[in-house]
Each structure stands twice: as C-alpha cells, then as structure tokens.
Design a protein around this ligand. Structure first.
Ligand code: S3P
Length: 170
C-alpha cells in the first residue's frame, strides 16, 4: 500500500492533537484525531469506554480504526498515546504511512496534562515520577514505531510543524 498518511505518536500531552491540526492545514491534508473519532463512533467518552468496557476493549477499537483509516485519502492522524504499544498497530501504521514521534520531558508533560481530566490512565496518577515511569516503560515501543523523532520541549506548535515538514521532505 502507498505510504500516504502521517501518524503523530507520543506520550499523553506530547502535543499530538495540536500539532496535527496545524500540520494538516499547513500540508492541506485531512485531519483525524483517533480518540475523538472513537468517541464519535461509540457515542461515549474515552473515560466512559475505559470504565465501562476496560482498556483492552478500547485498544481493540484503536486497532479497528487504524485499519479503517487505510482506505481514506492521505491524512494527518493524531494517535492515542498508547496506540503504538500494540505490535499489530505499529504494523498497520507502517503499511499506510510515516510515523512522527513527539517527545517531551516528564516535567513538560506534567505541566500540559495537570489540569485535564480526560485521560483515565493518568487520572489517579498525575505526578512527575509516575509519568516518567510509564514513559520509560513505553519508550522502546515508541522508538520502534517512529520513522522520525521530534523533541517538543520549549518549542511552539508552528516550530514543531515546520520541523516535521522538513523531516518528511528530506
Ligand atoms: C492513552 C492516551 C490517550 C487516550 C487514552 C489512552 C494512553 O490519548 O487514547 O486515554 O494509553 O496513553 P492522548 O495521548 O491523546 O491523551
């Protein structure tokens, strides 16, 4: 299959949603936000999906959506923070596009997520040590999935988008 989509991956709060919006308008591509799409498809919030059906069910919905998106015209796709944790999802992303990993320090992530309440995995654990622990555990999978890595600490959204544009045009 043609390598057409741009997948933004990375930890919760790494900036995927905001960067995806900016990048899609900069490149003139459609935008898909996986969490929002799943919420619309299920007519339920992510938190309710987790609490009613559990994390495994949510992960199955992510895999199903990645497969559905393969049929679409080229898009910028903002993934959930846990999407690359499944080997199968990495394969599905690589089939139809390039993946850009956004990184940030645990301190930066904490500042970005501390006032939100829509991330069930962080809700009871919103601390820098917990964020660091989960990030370290996930890092190998993020790196395995990534075609390009962009650090986002101290950068604004436009700078990050420009950097992505340069990388994908190299
Ligand atoms: C998750 C990240 C969330 C959302 C869900 C699980 C994760 O997305 O998919 O709460 O496992 O890291 P964001 O990264 O957009 O917050």
């Amino acid at each position: 299959m043609e390598q057409k989509h741009i997948f933004l991956i990375g930890f919760m709060g790494s900036g995927k949603t905001s960067v995806a919006k900016c990048l899609s308008s900069m490149l003139g591509l459609e935008l898909a936000e996986m969490d929002q799409t799943i919420e619309k498809q299920q007519d339920m919030s992510i938190s309710d999906i987790f609490s009613t059906y559990g994390e495994e069910h949510f992960r199955n919905l992510e895999t199903k959506l990645l497969i559905e998106l393969q049929e679409k015209e080229p898009m910028v796709i903002s993934c959930g923070g846990g999407t690359p944790m499944r080997e199968e999802n990495i394969k599905e992303m690589k089939k139809s596009g390039k993946t850009i990993l956004l990184t940030a320090s645990p301190e930066t992530i904490y500042m970005r997520v501390k006032d939100s309440h829509d991330r069930p995995l962080l809700e009871q654990n919103k601390t820098i040590p917990y964020i660091k622990e989960l990030m370290d555990k996930r890092q190998p999978k993020y790196e395995q999935a990534a075609d390009h890595i962009i650090e986002t600490d101290q950068k604004n959204i436009e700078e990050i988008c420009e950097e992505i544009k340069r990388k994908i045009n190299q």
